[in-house]
Design a binder for this molecule. Structure first.
Ligand code: GRF
Length: 204
């Protein structure tokens, strides 16, 4: 299977996806064929270049509307014959038409245990709520933000004295495992989304 990764920043999740897909022993059943960033000069683009993966910058400020930006990304994904899209720290909300085009084939990673703490500043939300465990979630993308069927979750403790930054670092250590795990499940067809019921179908 052919994977396209959308990023906006440092790309530590992208790096985990690169490392796993380029490691034959990981048997991921897929390869990353293109990395798209809505920001130029970000570390994630350099990570892709170092790994020999084609990159594209699609600057959202060059487009009149969200839909036009999304369709420019869609065109690149199609040209690259992408089967599966991974949102790895992609900080744009995608329009409904784009989400519908990739329904059941697009994954996102969120730095909290969904359905808790959707949206931005998930780590801050967790600290303010006073929960003692948080983590990350890899899920299918639906039109509602951070709402789709959940593929993989990993938990981390919240320590006394944690700040948004220290919690984010701890969550990132499990994100690096969770995203490749979820991608592998999809790429091998071990699980898929029943788009009528919105539920996962597991075949193992
Ligand atoms: C991650 O914490 C992810 O959960 C969130 O954005 C961050 C991206 O980090 N959606 P990186 O660009 O992968 O380093």
């Amino acid at each position: 299977r052919r994977v396209g990764v959308l990023i906006s920043g440092s790309g530590t999740n992208l790096q985990a996806l690169i490392d796993s897909t380029q490691n034959p022993a990981a048997n991921m059943g897929c390869e990353i064929v293109v990395v798209i960033s809505n920001k130029k000069d970000v570390e994630g683009l350099r990570r892709a270049e170092r790994a020999g993966i084609p990159t594209k910058v699609v600057n959202h400020t060059d487009f009149k509307s969200r839909e036009e930006f999304d369709m420019a990304c869609h065109a690149i994904l199609q040209e690259s014959r992408v089967d599966i899209v991974c949102l790895a720290g992609f900080m744009r909300i995608l329009s409904a038409p784009f989400v519908r085009l990739w329904r059941g084939r697009m994954l996102n990673i969120h730095p909290a245990l969904l359905p808790l703490f959707k949206g931005t500043h998930a780590q801050k939300q967790a600290l303010e709520a006073g929960v003692r465990i948080s983590g990350c979630t890899v899920h299918f993308v639906e039109e509602d933000v951070d709402a789709g069927a959940i593929l993989v979750q990993k938990a981390v403790p919240i320590e006394i004295g944690d700040t948004e930054e220290t919690l984010q670092e701890r969550i990132k250590t499990v994100e690096r495992e969770a995203f490749p795990e979820a991608l592998k499940l999809i790429a091998h067809g071990h699980v898929y989304l029943n788009t009528n019921t919105n539920r996962l179908v597991w075949s193992r």
